[in-house]
Design a binder for this molecule. Structure first.
Ligand code: NAI
Length: 331
């Protein structure tokens, strides 16, 4: 089975190589897969892709023409794949639904704990020999109300972590988690989340009904000084609206691991280039904004899980054992 691994980094090579006991012929491309690079997949039966590869219908048509039979996503989210086009092209799509939900939930906590105590600013001050505390005043998380949107694998871990810190947690999910309900976590609508939460953390997928769920209107209904954390997908947030919310101080703190225009920006060393994205540049000017470049998944445990499941998916595909695959189909 010949596999073209797109958007590959040294760590992909290391982990996929380490857990490949089937001797697959893997070729690692640094390029992102999109319409302009899809021709590179010629002669490969499998393309292995990541979060910012753009598998729109034109890309998929090109993959089909080049003989690709499987899109093996090495991530959980599949919002970057046109599933209808894949189905029409007879190309199967599989993913890694769960690798380490703790990796992302703990990253959300890391963003939150850095912001509420201004750790990111304190780090810089101490390096400058500046030990003044003005401007670093924080707040306790204890007893604060945390609104968790999406309580699937990652969100439910985050809920338990926050409960452990003594927070009041409220949740919103069209499919409530029975175990969380039995712990006494109340499920409420979005309006109640906006109204009650001191801190809001997003853990739902990006789909039509969640696109820009954090918009002007939602922000206007939130508590003044609310903290927003997004480790899910960038386009859950209307960035322009959030910038206005930060300027008016309606949003007190913002922690992001994802950004709606992150494709082509994140995962690369751009330190010698001029930043062209003015919206992103504006975000970077706020002292109360902390951004990481989509690294929530980036732990040894998660990379191990990703490699093992991706390879198991491809092995099952090679053996035509489709029931054993983590297939994604258009619902
Ligand atoms: P999951 O599928 O286990 O859980 C998602 C939950 O969101 C489900 O319970 C679902 O019912 C709920 N949901 C769907 N629509 C909703 C809505 N309109 N409002 C509220 N809840 C809604 O997914 P998992 O594994 O917990 O991942 C969550 C998201 O985290 C993924 O979709 C992905 O985008 C993101 N992610 C980010 C990573 C990173 O490195 N920053 C790594 C892995 C995932």
């Amino acid at each position: 089975m010949k596999i073209a691994v797109f958007s590959s980094k040294p760590y992909d090579r290391e982990y996929l190589g380490q857990y490949d006991d089937s001797g697959f012929a893997m070729t690692f491309f640094e390029a992102r897969l999109d319409t302009s690079t899809a021709a590179m997949a010629q002669g490969f039966e499998v393309v292995c892709c990541f979060v910012n590869d753009d598998l729109n219908s034109a890309t998929i048509k090109c993959l089909q023409k080049n003989g690709v039979k499987l899109i093996a996503l090495r991530c959980a989210g599949f919002n970057n794949v046109d599933l209808a086009a894949a189905q029409q092209a007879g190309i199967k799509v599989c993913r890694v639904p769960a690798y380490s939900p703790h990796s992302v939930a703990e990253h959300a906590l890391a963003l939150l704990l850095s912001l509420n105590r201004n750790i990111h600013r304190a780090f810089n001050r101490v390096r400058e020999n500046d030990y003044s505390l003005n401007g670093l005043l924080g707040f306790d998380l204890y007893k604060k109300t945390i609104g968790v949107i999406g309580t699937g694998k990652i969100g439910s871990v985050f809920v338990r972590i926050m409960r452990g810190l003594g927070c009041e947690v409220i949740a919103c999910d069209p499919q409530p988690d029975e175990a969380l309900k039995s712990l006494g976590i109340p499920y409420v609508g979005l309006t109640e989340i906006w109204r009650q939460a001191d801190i809001i953390s997003l853990h739902c997928p990006l789909q039509q009904d969640t696109f820009h769920m954090i918009n002007e209107q939602a922000i206007a209904s939130m508590k003044p000084g609310v903290t927003l954390i997004n480790t899910s997908r960038g386009a859950l947030i209307d960035t322009q609206a959030v910038i206005r919310g930060l300027k008016s101080a309606r949003i007190g703190y913002l922690g992001l691991d994802v950004y709606e225009e992150e494709a082509g920006l994140f995962f690369e060393d751009q330190s010698n280039l001029l930043l062209q994205d003015d919206v992103f540049a504006r975000l970077l000017t706020f002292p109360n904004v902390l951004i990481t470049g989509h690294q929530g998944f980036f732990t040894k445990e998660a990379l191990t899980g990703i490699a093992k499941t991706t390879l198991a998916n491809i092995r099952a595909f090679a053996a035509k054992e489709y029931a054993a695959m983590e297939l994604v189909t258009k619902s």
